[in-house]
Design a protein around this ligand. Sequence first.
Ligand code: C5P
Length: 228
Amino acid sequence: EPLLSSKHVLSGLTFTITAGPTREAIDPVRYISNHSSGKMGYALAEAAVKAGAKVTLISGPVQLPAPAGVQMIQVESAEQMHQAALTAAAQSAIFIGCAAVADYRMSEIATDKLKKGSESELQLTLVKNPDIIAAVAGMNKNRPFTVGFAAETRNVLDYARQKLLNKKLDMICANDVSKPNSGFNSNQNAITLIWPLGELDLPVQPKQQLAEQLIALISQHYHALEKK
Ligand code: C5P
């Protein structure tokens, strides 16, 4: 069992981690977002710092305190997260995309509050957000070892394997969010860690404990790749 027992096993290693939801403005008072709590990403940041790593945490709006020793970058929208992530990733050995990035944003944010009309339907036009982790994994200079998450409610492993390939990631954490004790708002989680040549089941456990295992495993795979 890999464990981050000693304090400085990761000293000198730099991580960038994205966490939480993004918030896509509709008008000055409304937005589109999701139920991501940020707990998993914050737990990963804490675990990496505890092991001696230097961590930049790029976070959407969440109700969590900044973990001690972490460099925080607070963002709201996917576009802001995209910009911050590309800059930080170029200076990192390892990038973990844990954020639940909104897939779409408004094609135009209304400058004034939208007014309720007499129509019974309202249509909003949305445009696709940049895929942040795919952009990081596709960097041709200073590309970090890139780890994603796949939160799914069905065909979890299949979709995760596809994302690993399509986004050209080094590893992906497959996360079944349909189960009551995993994913989104829970304090516990279970994950299958998938990489091109293998898979490992990490059973349901507190997010802190799971985060320590994940950081240890990710670092091992990163170092194994470095030695080639
Ligand atoms: O495609 P999907 O959203 O399911 O992929 C999830 C993974 O991709 C997560 O690691 C998430 O942080 C990342 N992602 C991203 N930018 C997006 C959408 C997802 O970085 N626009």
